[in-house]
Design a protein around this ligand. Structure first.
Ligand SMILES: [Zn+2]
Length: 230
């Protein structure tokens, strides 16, 4: 479920953002098949971008075949949906707040030997040579809505990755690799601070620095602006 946890994200100052070299230049318009094709392309570009600014054991993917069962892997399934702005508005009226980009699953920690989605060879190897634990989580995005709201999908993704980073920290504190999960996606409950409080800001600042180091100041401008406006 796209939860209300990102309420504050709605108040983010939407900016067009600088045209970084990773900026997705195509407009997501056209008939359904064209939009789906563009979304498929966008998802590849977004995954590539995210994998370049996250730690090496993080794995952002859209195609389930790219999920990793290796020890310490943090799998982030990026789910892009073709919801249009008008469909979104109808749904907002019917079901309440739905955020156009949100972390939609709490981190789950799974033993390779017990994971149905890992192949038999990996499971057997886990049982014989010592088990690995990997984590799964999910980010959902509505790119057509983001576009309609004039929000940069790259900055929106980084915003969610910073939430994933905070939850990774909490997972360590909570010893989730032994317990199997963290109790909620809502870090505010576990941290006793606002979900965009100091811990979150520290994580987002780290991402802004990485984006800047990789692609220059202009590419990180939207993220820095967001930090100023939190
Ligand atoms: Zn947020």
């Amino acid at each position: 479920m796209l939860s209300a946890m990102h309420e504050a994200a709605l108040h983010r100052n939407p900016t067009t953002g600088p045209k970084s070299r990773c900026q997705f230049s195509k407009n997501l318009v056209g008939d359904k098949s064209e939009i789906l094709m563009n979304l498929e392309e966008l998802s590849k570009i977004l995954c590539d971008y995210a994998n370049k600014v996250t730690p090496p054991n993080w794995n952002i993917y859209t195609d389930p075949s790219e999920h990793k069962c290796s020890q310490r892997a943090l799998n982030i399934h990026l789910l892009l949906m073709d919801t249009t702005p008008s469909e979104w508005q109808t749904r907002q009226r019917e079901t309440g707040l739905i955020i156009p980009a949100a972390m939609t699953r709490a981190q789950k920690y799974i033993r390779t030997s017990e994971a149905n989605r890992c192949n038999t060879e990996m499971r057997d190897d886990g049982r014989t040579n010592g088990d690995g634990v990997f984590a799964d989580t999910e980010i959902s995005m509505l790119p057509l809505v983001l576009q309609g709201e004039n929000q940069d999908p790259f900055a929106a993704l980084v915003h969610e990755l910073a939430h994933v980073a905070v939850n990774r920290l909490l997972a360590r504190r909570y010893r989730a690799f032994k317990r199997g999960h963290i109790p909620t996606v809502n870090s505010a409950v576990m941290l006793e601070e606002d979900m965009h409080g100091p811990t979150y800001q520290k994580a987002l600042r780290r991402f802004a620095s990485r984006v800047e180091a990789k692609w220059g100041q202009e590419a990180a401008e939207t993220i820095w602006q967001e930090l100023e406006n939190i």
